[in-house]
Design a protein around this ligand. Sequence first.
Ligand code: ADP
Ligand code: MG
Length: 362
Amino acid sequence: MFIKSLEVNNFRNYVNQKIEFSRETNIIYGKNAQGKTNLLEAVSLFSSGKSFRRAQDRNLIKDGEPSSKINIEFEINGVGKDAEIIINRESKKYIKLCGAPLHKTSELLGQFKSVIFSPEEMSLITGAPELRRNFTDLVISSEKPVYYNILKRYYKILKQKNNLLKQNNSSKEETLAVWNESLAQAGAKIMVYRKSFIDLINPYVKETFEEITEGKEDIKINYVPSVSAEEFEENTLYDLLLNSMNKKMQAEIMLGASVCGIHRDDYSFFINGKNAKSFSSQGQQRTAIIALKMAQAEIIKENCGEYPVFLLDDVMSELDFERRNYLSEKIKDKQVIITCTDKYESAGAKCFYVENGTVSEE
Ligand SMILES: Nc1ncnc2c1ncn2[C@@H]1O[C@H](COP(=O)(O)OP(=O)(O)O)[C@@H](O)[C@H]1O
Ligand SMILES: [Mg+2]
């Protein structure tokens, strides 16, 4: 997978800028707050439909402008493609793939694949469960669109259920029981996907982690569903979820919120047998994130035959010598776009200097 070019119009601090990338290493350097990360944000929009910085769409539009347009040209398995995203302040966003309009943002998932490495991604280990759910949901959805549809259905029903729970009428039980059935049905499927994703990614994460730590440390990601399950078989999970939701019905009515279900699932990282959220060092967390992202790249490679584009936002300066070397070695024959404040020598790299929303090629 290669990105050939990126063109941004009224995006963040850019008026109009087109960049032609090298198929190998691209280095974007410049002082702070000049627009380096903004470029990676624009590229990764095409992989997830959303800002990796979790910014709202309207904040991506240049201040004072009504809309923003971003285009990329990319190549997958030797086939050239292009995509366009138009973000409007007042209406929904428009997306085109090879000239054809997409009806939903989700149709973009899985088309252009990139993996982002950034210091903020450390929050995947230390932050709220929602961040881990979002990450895994995005990776699974990009590989399996059917998963995204089930997830969407689940959240739609959950919203209705929550609205009902918040209302002040007395007879809710019957309707809740019906919705709990639908939630348990979708939820059981989602749990099967989540469990098999964790089983799939674990060996890759472990391998990279052991390589970086030279076999001295080990890692394991655990799936921690809202209902504890021994066996991840759909019918069993359906029964588990439904029983648990129905048992908690009165509590949910009192609280006015759904306390049980896959929207409460989590994942935990165990390093050397200890929960990394509370017990790991920053260095271990960085290693874990590198391992997780490399694993994501390997899964993409397995599914589509090609590595994704690697986007490295200011990470090199954060890493110590060993980790930097390891990462450089791993990505050297792949397409990477690296941002940094100090230009560094990398043989054959294409360099771009960014100043105040203007990019000059060197
Ligand atoms: N919607 C926007 N409109 C105009 N400028 C913006 C917008 N969003 C961010 N910026 C500007 O972009 C710059 C930050 O860009 P960024 O790519 O994060 O910097 P860095 O080069 O440090 O990675 C800041 O100067 C900020 O004011
Ligand atoms: Mg930055």
